[in-house]
Design a protein around this ligand. Sequence first.
Ligand SMILES: NC(=O)C1=CN([C@@H]2O[C@H](COP(=O)(O)OP(=O)(O)OC[C@H]3O[C@@H](n4cnc5c(N)ncnc54)[C@H](OP(=O)(O)O)[C@@H]3O)[C@@H](O)[C@H]2O)C=CC1
Ligand SMILES: O=C1O[C@H](COP(=O)(O)O)[C@@H](O)[C@H](O)[C@H]1O
Length: 588
Amino acid sequence: MAKLLSNPCRNSSPATFSSYHNDNNYKNLCCSRKINALPSITHFSKWAPRILARIQTRRRFELRSSNGYPLNAVSLQDEGSAANSQTEETQLSDSGKGDSTLSITVVGASGDLAKKKIFPALFALYYEDWLPENFVVFGYSRTKMNDEELRNMISGTLTCRIDRRANCDEKMSEFLKRCFYQSGQYNSEEHFSELDCKIKEKEGGRPSNRLFYLSIPPNIFVDVVRCASTQASSTSGWTRVIVEKPFGRDSKSSNELTRCLKKYLTEDQIFRIDHYLGKELVENLSVLRFSNLVFEPLWSRNYIRNVQFIFSEDFGTEGRGGYFDNYGIIRDIMQNHLLQILTLFAMETPVSLDAEDIRNEKVKVLRSMKPLQLEDVIVGQYKGHNKGGKSYQGYTDDPTVPKNSVTPTFAAAALFINNARWDGVPFLMKAGKALHTKRAEIRVQFRHVPGNLYKRNFGTDLDKATNELVLRVQPDEAVYLKINNKVPGLGMRLDRSDLNLLYKTRYTREIPDAYERLLLDAIEGERRLFIRSDELDAAWSLFTPLLKELEDRKIAPELYPYGSRGPVGAHYLAAKHNVRWGDLAGED
Ligand SMILES: NC(=O)C1=CN([C@@H]2O[C@H](COP(=O)(O)OP(=O)(O)OC[C@H]3O[C@@H](n4cnc5c(N)ncnc54)[C@H](OP(=O)(O)O)[C@@H]3O)[C@@H](O)[C@H]2O)C=CC1
Ligand SMILES: O=C1O[C@H](COP(=O)(O)O)[C@@H](O)[C@H](O)[C@H]1O
């Protein structure tokens, strides 16, 4: 963080440290998952008896990292910032002397994402006892509100897990008591200094860690980071900033955004969120691949014919047309969510589950990809449609969208990875709004069985007989494998059946929302599910020339009716690469 400017709260008297010897302090230490990163033998011997005793009773702390893996070299404070010059040893002993606090400031608290996702995710973490003992949540935005009004606003969106409703009301009101509000402009150092004073008051002189969640339009990211870093960063612990997408709209603007953010933050302090990385099935992708012998040996061009990444929504841009028209579906979904999943799918085995090892492998995939060509992409836009006596508005009927907009609300693309593992395998992506269904899935279509003895049982369409592995990210999370099976009986009739792992029947626990996992990881300094700047750069390099060409040439999107299966062009694109979309095969 940059040097602090004049801020009345910055000169307040030194924090008074309370004793380490209580449960809360221990909990704070554990919540930082420092058990896995004890700094030295001397420290270990000092704390070992206490820690080991606690491990036996509170084993859960060991596994708090979302990758269940030791957080190598992750410190309570990030490197390189003014407030971050302590060594790991002093940080630990600081934690030892006082019980630290965590403050989470949701910037843009009055907005849609904050209400819909961030506050509910924070409550879910609190409800499930993942947050440290001493935490406060601040909402910050321009809208005038007091603490009570903020609480009323968010209380409507908090829910308890369906499967665990015990003490729900009580927990909710305890959580709301920890929520506060500060109204202010996004570019006002004075207002952020007021926020700092309020946070300090709640911190009560204890060492503090501060997390800022930028749930605001991207054009004000840098102002907020400047004001927050100079006026409201922690002086005694870490300060981290979660940045929401879009991270720019092409290579140039993204690099510029990164450059500006880095005037005030180190790379380690920036948590670029892609909420698809927090989804359960996306997390499971690496587990499936790397912990099952039956998958990894098949994971290459030798056995896989094509891979499909499919995102569809059964509603349009309702309410977000103004934002969307400047970005379009390629930037909104493909360049980030689907591409991120693709890199996880295609990467080589990382050296370890450490964030840097994984992100290094993801970058290699991106850098091995063939630049996206216009002839390998088709774009579409939904038009109005009447169905069942109801009329659905087209994209350009939205008053916030220009009537002549050619912004795609649908796109399909064929991508290729030029490396030994994937040479020649089409990786197809398809993303669209206002389609017939809401789903996100990964489909892996395997090659034909060579010299298949049962060929004659399949008729002429051999493609229909190939195995397909489907990871259904949402809704109804599932992993299923399509296999050929003998229909029981005396004859020899084959059918296609699914080996089906449907989460809701296998696991009784409700699946946490992606934002819960990602918030927890940011709090605990786990960077694996956040986008590193070189990753972002490589992702933009892949898409920027295509986006420029689409825009320069004002390529007209193929219109498709609201609620349909999307433009026919997507089928031609797939057919060009000998692929049939798995989701439209009629037996998915
Ligand atoms: N909504 C969603 O589902 C998703 C959103 N995102 C991203 O998250 C971020 C927040 O999204 P969302 O909550 O939908 O955004 P909103 O448009 O609701 O904006 C959030 C808040 O920012 C303030 N704001 C809005 N426009 C401006 C402006 N032009 N200048 C200054 N302040 C403004 C408003 O607060 P006030 O007026 O009180 O200051 C508003 O309540 C965005 O970057 C978005 O792209 C990412 C994924 C999904
Ligand atoms: O990032 C975005 O994601 C949502 C879809 O998220 P999901 O978790 O509900 O699948 C999408 O609607 C939005 O346009 C996009 O910006």
